[in-house]
Design a protein. Sequence first.
Length: 175
Amino acid sequence: MTETGSTFLVWCGVAGMALAAVTDLRSRIIPNAAVLWVLAAGLGARLLAGGPAIWVSLAFLPILFLPLAILAYRGDIGGGDAKLIPVASLLVRPGLVLELLLAITLSGGLVALVMLILQRTGPGRWGRKTGGARPAPGASVSNAQTGIHLTAPTADLPYGVAILLGTVVTLLGHA
């Protein structure tokens, strides 16, 4: 029962990450409520899993958060990303945290590639929305039909999607 409960809570956490990813796609914001949802589900999952792993998982939180908080302060990543990555580590066993970080990083590259392709060829591409002119860096174009918000190449990347993908890949790889 403990393993079943732990697994259930892990996937509840993934559902919270999915909410964060959708919100990040639409508005480039990861809501604190989604981060807290994942945190609660991850803590519950680690507690139900039992053993000393909970203490190792808790130790990873500041180890992951502090460098990410510095990057967020400098503007290199979003604040929501800096909060969501450490709490995502609670959804995997402590021995899988490095694999999780690698999967998130690779997923980030994939998301960046998809966004670049969408910006260049998709329904909201620059030529159709702006009369042929490319918007200034950081400017944005929204697709009213999908609600997806495309931004100029130097603008923010919806990294909540990469965090979700990396977490799911890591979980399914060890199911």
